[in-house]
Design a protein around this ligand. Structure first.
Ligand code: CA
Length: 677
């Protein structure tokens, strides 16, 4: 890519230090990582603005051939600078300037076996990984475990979601990153399933420093995972093995954990298999005094590269999606035509055809169409005649769950998959949604990569559902357009509890799950009642949204995914406020810039995104109290400010500032949007 200019300064080799440590700081000098080796054990610590953000935490790994957790010393240290510009079209920022200081340390055992650890430190982000050189005849190893840890000061609170048991839940499809978050929990709280937590993991260090007013937010995640490694997560908190002097060791240390052997129906190793020389994925730490660097981080993309080039131009946009409200019953020709018509009425680019289409509608080309006049090919032609393109659903399985809704067994085998994708291309389908993956093993990472690569050969974009967290994939795969990996909008249909928690979760996702990767949430309902006619029932409970019409507009801004399959229904053309529907007609799905303004996960959130020369500022309130906002909007430098507010009776009006300040109030479960040009 010609926009990428990598400038690596000449390596400066430092002399080996007698006390076996090395330090690397951010370009602004505030963030500092110190690497140490003591009694043969490598470890690191992190300070920000002089505050201990991460205490001494072990480094190292074990392979089936070597133990790189002890008997080590620093053999050599190299430092260099990174200064790179790159562009992204599918995430939170379009134009990124990555500046970092790099430290590469070579560690060696007394037998001369070598392991390298590399740190890249920018102003608010640390990325680090291990490099395993080829040693002797051995050309490949299995990495069986890591010592890599993250140890937090006592009193740190956590914002975490647990890793699930394997092979549980709907048709034994878990883990799929669809668990509840606990926010502001103590580190001593044990995870729900006892398997630790999935990335990203957020930590709050507040009221624990010498100056009680000092606070830090720290996020730990992972990026650059493809077929060459498994995806990892964090263990439950343990006491820090480096804290030997402490009489009452407390659980404050989270370790990198690999997949569980039971995942993917037991198929494939839970270790990582790598050819030598080889590398681990990047583990990232993003931190600062507020949530701003976390909400705005580009750490997932700064140190990965596109792994193939594409011949295609992919068009992002909005879609309608019948399944989200009308569920399985809607997968028939006539109902789907209604959602094509809705897409056309909204000016949307796409319609998503969900599960069961293979049996409920069927293909003309292979003779499975129930009615040749109402085949899937005819539906695609109908959509295209209305200027709407089609995304279509597949199960990833296979043989790693009990899924029966089809199509199944067309994505797990390369011969069948290539044939199917060729057909999809021939009938004009523009993208696929692949669901129900088997977990985080390297075997499953290979499947993600193969699906993406084969899809790109056929000009198809790919959305994943029932899946893992994307780890840098927006930059690595040119046709990757989103992952679920969250308790998404479907849960509002499945349970009232999720409706009750909708606002609280919406304050978490933009600074947590969605901060590190596209989130295909399928949100922005305008239905109040989670059923087909949007009406309450006399004798039976209907799941009911507590949030307002303008709250849904705000989440269309706060939730980021380049293709947004919104949960609008045909009836919303009549029963939803016209102001809201007009907003939803114009809302963009691609962004040039993001700005965190204020918020506390679980309570409220104010963030802004820029598309072209228009800023969209969105605020939501999940607290029981009225939220009073004093927003200093001078930075917008805008002459034209428009406010969407008023909950379920929305109004749109010019916003007047007092000395650059917008004074606004926001009731519980409500949201607002300010458009600025
Ligand atoms: Ca799901």
């Amino acid at each position: 890519m010609k926009t990428q200019i990598l400038l690596l300064a000449a390596f400066i080799t430092l002399p080996l230090l007698a006390n076996d440590n090395a330090t690397v700081s951010s370009p602004d000098g505030k963030l500092e990582v110190k690497l140490n080796v003591s009694n043969g054990q490598p470890f690191y610590c992190v300070t920000y603005d002089g505050l201990n953000a991460i205490n001494n935490s072990l480094l190292g790994l074990t392979t089936n051939e070597q133990d790189f957790t002890q008997d080590l010393s620093i053999k050599n240290v190299e430092t260099s600078k990174i200064d790179e510009h790159y562009k992204m079209d599918r995430s939170k920022k379009s134009d990124i300037h990555y500046v970092a200081n790099r430290l590469l340390a070579t560690l060696a055992t007394s037998k001369g076996q070598e392991l390298q650890v590399e740190f890249r430190v920018s102003n608010n982000d640390i990325a680090f990984r291990y490099l395993l050189p080829k040693q002797g005849e051995t050309g490949s190893v299995r990495v069986t475990s890591e010592a890599t840890s993250f140890s937090f000061p006592d009193g740190t609170t956590t914002f975490l979601t647990p890793q699930s048991d394997a092979m549980i839940g709907w048709k034994r499809t878990k883990p799929s990153y669809e668990e509840l978050y606990c926010w502001d929990a103590p580190m001593s709280q044990v995870s729900q399933f006892g398997h630790g937590y999935t990335f990203p993991c957020l930590f709050h260090e507040s009221g624990i420093f010498e100056n009680r007013a000092d606070e830090l937010w720290v996020m730990v995640s992972e990026t650059g995972v493809d077929s060459h490694y498994c995806a990892s997560h964090l263990s439950d908190a343990q006491s820090n093995p480096l804290d030997k002097g402490s009489s009452q060791p407390s659980p404050n240390t989270y370790k990198i954990a690999y997949p569980m052997p039971e995942e993917n129906n037991g198929i494939g190793t839970a270790d990582a298999a790598i050819a030598l020389p080889g590398v681990t994925p990047w583990r990232t730490i993003t931190l600062g005094r507020t949530l701003k660097p976390i909400a705005e981080t580009t750490a997932p993309w700064d140190n990965v590269k596109p792994i193939y080039q594409t011949d295609h131009i992919y068009k992002y946009g909005r879609g309608t999606w019948s399944w989200i409200l009308w569920q399985d019953d809607s997968i028939n020709f006539d109902d789907l035509c209604k959602y094509v018509d809705l897409a056309q009425a909204m000016g949307y680019e796409y319609v998503l055809v969900d599960n069961w289409w293979d049996t409920n509608i069927g293909k003309e080309t292979d003779g499975t169409a129930k009615n040749p006049d109402k085949s899937i090919e005819k539906l695609i032609k109908y959509a295209n005649s209305k200027n709407v393109d089609v995304f279509i659903w597949y199960s990833s399985s296979g043989y790693w769950n009990d899924i029966v809704q089809g199509p199944i067994s067309r994505m797990d085998n390369s011969i069948v998959r290539k044939r199917e994708m060729k057909w999809l291309h021939s009938v004009g389908v523009k993208g696929i949604k692949v669901d129900f993956f088997g977990g985080d093993k390297q075997e499953t990472m290979r499947l993600y990569e193969e699906i993406l690569s084969d899809a790109d050969d056929n000009g198809l974009m790919v959305i994943f559902h029932g899946c893992t967290l994307p780890r840098g994939w927006e930059r690595m795969f040119p046709n990757y357009v989103g992952s679920e990996a969250v308790l998404a909008s479907e849960n509002l249909i499945f349970g009232q509890m999720h409706c009750d928690l909708e606002a609280a979760h919406a304050t978490l996702h933009p600074v947590l799950r969605n901060a590190v990767g596209c989130m295909e949430f399928g949100g922005s309902f305008q239905n109040k009642y989670m059923n087909r006619d949007n009406k309450p029932r006399e004798n039976r409970h209907v799941n009911t949204r507590l949030t307002t019409s303008t709250f849904s507009l705000a989440t269309a801004i706060l939730y980021q995914n380049p293709i947004q399959n919104f949960a609008l229904a045909p009836n919303n053309l009549e029963d939803a406020p016209k102001i809201s529907m007009d907003f939803m007609r114009e809302v963009p799905t691609t962004w040039d810039e993001v700005r965190f303004i204020d918020g506390y996960p679980g309570k409220f959130l104010v963030m802004a995104r820029r598309h072209g020369d228009t800023w969209y500022l969105a605020a939501i309130n999940a607290d029981t109290q009225m939220l009073k906002l004093n927003l200093d909007l001078r930075w917008l430098n805008a002459s034209n400010l428009t406010l969407y507010s008023g909950g379920d009776n929305p109004s749109v009006k010019p916003l007047k500032l007092k000395k650059g300040i917008a004074q606004l109030t926001l009731p519980s479960n409500d949201g607002l949007v300010i458009m600025a040009k």
